[in-house]
Write a protein that binds this ligand. Structure first.
Ligand SMILES: [Fe+2]
Length: 193
């Protein structure tokens, strides 16, 4: 189900459909990463202009496509200067995230301890990702933050999730160093036009 037609949408969907036919999660995400990088650099796909519009005080999420056959979802995210996420998970789903324009800082965390809703995380690496680069997350290594570190440039990223991610867990810092409190968050969608 395509939310709106855009140039190259068929090429994008065909590439994802081919990738998700692989047998294992690492094979699927490897294939998706390669395809996504090629598609972004190839220039045939032009995302709808609304994905370049930021939302006030938060990043914007717009669902572009949901596969009835395979269950995956394609969501474009728009990051104003300085906008980002708290540490969050992906509800146990694999995900491939590619930078479409601008740049994003992605920091991965490992869960080293938890006591009911209190979690201890340690950062295990950060990357600056530019246009045409893509990364993947495979649970249980799914905890991360994303941030647009720029002072003046909007960043756009494309996220392909194994399923329809309507909620996830976010982790808010506690006064004790490296400890966070888990909250469930319902994820909203911005309109595509
Ligand atoms: Fe994420």
């Amino acid at each position: 189900m395509l939310t709106t037609e855009f140039p190259g949408c068929r090429e994008l969907i065909d590439a994802i459909d081919a990738a998700v036919e692989h047998d294992t999660t690492p094979a699927i995400t490897d294939s998706l990463r390669n395809s996504l990088c090629k598609l972004i650099r190839g220039g045939h796909v032009q995302l709808p202009s609304c994905v370049f519009e930021t939302a006030a005080g938060r990043y914007a999420r717009r669902e572009l496509y949901r596969s009835e056959e395979h269950g995956y979802c394609v969501v474009a995210m728009t990051w104003g200067p300085g906008q980002g996420t708290p540490i969050h998970d992906h509800s146990g789903m694999w995900c491939v995230e590619g930078v479409w324009s601008g740049a994003l800082e992605v920091t991965q965390y490992e869960r080293v301890q938890n006591e009911s809703e209190r979690y201890r995380f340690l950062p295990v690496g950060a990357i600056q990702a530019g246009p045409g680069s893509a990364g993947s997350l495979i649970p249980p290594h799914e905890y991360h933050t994303i941030r647009n570190p720029s002072d003046d440039t909007v960043a756009v990223s494309l996220h392909i999730y194994a399923g329809n991610m309507t909620r996830c867990a976010i982790f808010q810092p506690l006064p004790e160093h490296d400890w966070y409190l888990r909250h469930e968050r319902q994820l909203g969608l911005d309109p595509v036009h």
